[in-house]
Ligand binder design. Sequence first.
Ligand code: IVH
Length: 663
Amino acid sequence: MKDFAREAETLRAELRRHEHLYYVLDQPEVSDAEYDALMRRLRELEEAHPELASPDSPAGRVGGKPREGFVKVRHSAPMLSLDNALNEGELRDFDRRVGELLEGARYTYVAELKLDGLSMAVEYEQGRFRQAVTRGDGSVGEDVTENARTIRSLPLRVDSAWPAFEVRGETVMNRRAFDRLNAERDEQELSRFANPRNAAAGSLRVLEPRITASRRLDYYTYFLMTGGHFALPSHWASLDEMVRMGFKVNPHRKLCASVDEVLEFCAHWETHRQELPYEIDGVVVKVDSVEQQQALGFTARAPRWAIAYKYPARQERTTVVAIEVQVGRTGALTPVAHLQPVAVGGVTVSRATLHNEDEIARLELKIGDEVIIERSGDVIPKVVRVWAQGKGRTAFAMPVNCPVCGGRVVREEGEAARRCINVDCPARLKESILHFASRGVMNIDGVGEALVDQLVDRGLVKSVADLYQLTAEQLLSLERMGEKSAANVLTNIARSKLNPMPRVIAALGIRFVGERTATLLAEALGSLDALAAASADELQGVEEVGPKVAESILQFFREPRNRDLMERLRAASLDFTYVSTRPAAGPLQGLTFVLTGTLPSLSRDRAKALIEHAGGKVAVSVSKKTSFVVAGEDAGSKLDKARTLGIAVVDEQELRRLIEVRE
Ligand code: IVH
């Protein structure tokens, strides 16, 4: 027995060493077959003698049991993001600010590659891997421990000077793993991942650790912390220490004595980034001394001691094979170029917007031309210019009739777009419904493209107001709609009635009236009826509303169909009056509330609006300054914290009473 224990421990040590050589240092000493043989022997031993198994065993990397969901975990210190420098000038500005704030003291920078992945914090206790948490919103992330355990370059046991410490770094998928994954997905007729970053995120946040294990993620560390602080006084020294401990630290880093050296590093990797096996989107520049970092401090969003130097948008060359015309919510016809698929910075691009016919004329573009396309951030790719005219190129002309309904198309004076003026055009209706249901507007989960297509094509929805008349029976008659999803859709539609009134304004789809303008209009006018009745002068009296927006609003309410829509939404009991969110004198003045869990009849936004209307404040986290915690169903850690701090907890009914009694 004892011998088995010793053998298992020796095997684990051997395997750990080989994993480090292979996955971290990229210098294997044994063949895959030899490694597999060692692993097989260890598995045999651990299976035959389960008491020998240990949580940090390399044999445990295959992936444990699937989970129900992810548990939220608060970070030891916030995981902030970085401000960006988009060019040399902005990097020099950053350096000037650092120099000024450090009042002439000498300082050095560490320049590192900015890996395009997902940041993650990993905790160790007594040198053992304990917990891995995604960045989440920066304060609270998701526990992905079991998934992270399968990442081969993340050591499960390390030799460390601290009883407990934490590393932070980037989870990435290299290009080869990404290509292989997408090839597999093609074969299985599954949708492709758009880029390695999405693939890494999708692989880390799955409930089945075996899937993560099969995806070959990599983890590069860049911070070493203990007790919520940096563990060593120099960032560079931390990187070295993590290398020593066996973590994978990106070798392409440089200690720079001046901003010029940093710029040189940035320029070098901008031209060589394609040679790297993974994607980078820039360089991260950090002041090396932790003492100086502390002197520089933070803004609300990001540290003043670091910046991300971002590389400009990626451009590629490809051919325009066709031009298709799409019809949007306002009836605008948008030409879209179909391209020979091309990878732009890791994303396969096969379409690019051409905006309108003037843009096509400006580009002097014809079908068959070779063009330069560009992708910056997450925005839709666009055609920058024609590179070479295609042989047999054919001119494109905007259609005179709507490509969807065949209705008349007009181009109004001073406008770049042609519009389909048929208010019943199915393309327009579909887009209006998608807009109505979208995030930040009425937030109706489950009402996406596939469902909307069916609802409109079958004539079940002829106006957005019809959403509120849908029945379970009607939904069940649709393809791919089970009882559970039908019930969910209906609940989500019903719940959307709780949205505050500015959302309802935004949902109407009035041209130029987005969320922000909707809120300003709501604050100034108080009700939807007042908005519908407002004159051009009254409208222009509202902050940020000019003649163009005012005219668009007037035009909208002049249309009898839109008046009718408004009445039908009122009948569906949507919110037509505004509850101010501006702090005012009221019964709750001087009180701070924290909301947690789901309240029986109030949405988060509504509850917040009610409290603020009554003069109270709403905070996100519980502290000694909190006056009341309003708890609903499934209240989480905030409730526990309130109890430990001895803060009063009320439910929705009590909250309502509080507002009335104090009034
Ligand atoms: S430092 C407070 N170092 O870029 C410091 N971030 O824009 C924040 N990233 O959220 C992070 N490589 O996901 C740092 N060498 C590196 C990085 C890096 C990639 C990502 C990370 C972060 C984002 C900030």
